[in-house]
Design a protein around this ligand. Structure first.
Ligand code: GDP
Ligand code: MN
Length: 377
């Protein structure tokens, strides 16, 4: 689950990380009022679930409340990476002498969290990682002990020469790791971690992604989810217990099991098509889940054909077939459907589909090729 910057700041502050205090505005007048209260130059910052807001024009410096209102007018309603800005954060603008990066991620290969630091902060850290990976320090953490003081200090020395700054950065790194761990995050990032001309180390941006699997035991954090900031199709899928990720292609995919869903997408690409989505309808798919899945896939105007790929194990092919028949009775499909089912109750499923005027296939390559051809027709 993604959090907005203002939410991430609030959570990280509880762990003792220093951020300049401000307020969140949904209108230009609210932005002006916050800027008046803060008395001084402010940053007006788009609150969307996306990085690179600065480059997209979503982070602006305002010298006075009138400018803050003008920036808010321009930023509110703006789209950044397909997301519409509905709120802006207004915070005191800091003077910046240098910009560094601090972050914590889960390194799957190392099977542990890794704290990363780089003196090349501020900009796209992905670009630094791709072009000059040696400029990023990586410190693997044993989760039994947490980030140890000497590791934090080493990270600090990687960022600064001044000893007070080294200590300040080490302290923030320890707190960032503590927050990452306690909040069940999969990513915690401060970029930029800035120094002021007076030499103070301050955090100016915050990003937190919470592992969805951690939310059940953290209702307070789950409540921070901003439904209006998510793609409606992904929200609908979550409500129905479906794992769904929207993509840009034209072949809608409805598959049981994450592994088979990935293999199906690979095969779509192999045969020259592009998947419109990742969708795992799960292990025991009752017909209602299939109805919901079809509703979600067909609401995407980019979808030109729909491919069902079901390997019946616990999932019964006849359940899926019934779901398809029910769904197409409820709302007629505007795009062709290719159905491949094999495994548990395969024969029953084919009979159900045939009776309803569909044809069911059992060969996966055959089905994928057809779905790709239909999407391109
Ligand atoms: P992002 O582009 O989405 O990561 O948004 P950031 O919050 O990191 O802002 C982008 C850039 O705006 C930063 O790298 C800074 O250069 C600049 N910026 C952010 N906050 C301040 C501030 O308080 N003062 C100044 N002078 N620049 C800032
Ligand atoms: Mn940033």
């Amino acid at each position: 689950m993604n959090l907005h910057e203002y939410q991430a700041r609030e959570l990280l502050q509880r762990f003792g990380i220093p951020f300049p205090h401000g307020g969140v505005a949904g209108t230009a007048e609210e932005a002006r009022a916050i800027a008046e209260r803060l008395a001084g130059p402010v940053m007006v910052k788009a609150q969307v679930h996306s990085g690179g807001r600065g480059k997209a024009g979503g982070v602006k410096l305002a010298r006075n409340p009138t400018e803050a209102a003008a920036h808010a007018t321009r930023i509110l309603g703006m789209t950044i990476h397909d997301l519409t800005v509905q709120k802006v954060l207004v915070v005191p603008a800091a003077e910046i002498a240098s910009e560094s990066y601090l972050g914590v991620i889960v390194d799957r290969a190392a099977q542990r969290p890794v704290v990363m630091g780089s003196a090349a902060g501020g900009v796209d850290i992905e670009e630094v990682a791709a072009r000059t990976p040696e400029r990023i320090q990586r410190v693997p953490v044993d989760p039994r002990y947490g980030l140890l003081p000497h590791q934090a200090t080493a990270l600090g020395f990687g960022l600064y020469r001044d000893l007070a700054q080294v200590r300040a950065a080490a302290d923030i790194a320890e707190k960032l790791y503590a927050a990452f761990y306690a909040l069940g995050a999969s990513l915690a990032e401060i970029n930029p971690l800035a120094t002021t001309p007076e030499g103070q180390v301050i955090a100016l941006d915050a990003k937190l992604v919470i592992d969805d699997n951690e939310l059940a035991r953290r209702p307070e954090i789950a409540a921070l989810r901003d439904l209006s900031a998510e793609a409606p199709s992904e929200r609908q899928a979550r409500d129905h217990g479906l794992s769904f990720i929207k993509l840009q292609g034209s072949v809608g995919c409805c598959v049981n099991g994450a592994g088979l869903a990935m293999a199906t997408m690979d095969l779509v690409k192999l045969y020259g098509g592009e998947p419109a989505n990742f969708l795992d309808i799960g292990g025991s798919s009752n017909p209602q889940k299939v109805v919901a899945a079809l509703q979600i896939i067909t609401s995407d105007p980019g979808v030109r054909s729909i491919l069902f790929n079901i390997f019946g194990g616990i999932t019964r092919c006849d359940d899926v077939a019934n779901g398809i028949v029910q769904a197409t009775r409820q709302f007629p499909l505007k795009v062709p459907l290719v159905i491949r089912l094999t495994g548990t109750n395969e024969a029953e499923a084919i009979a159900i589909l045939t009776n309803a005027g569909f044809s069911g296939l059992t060969d996966m390559d055959d089905a994928v090729r057809r779905a790709v051809a239909l999407a391109q027709a």
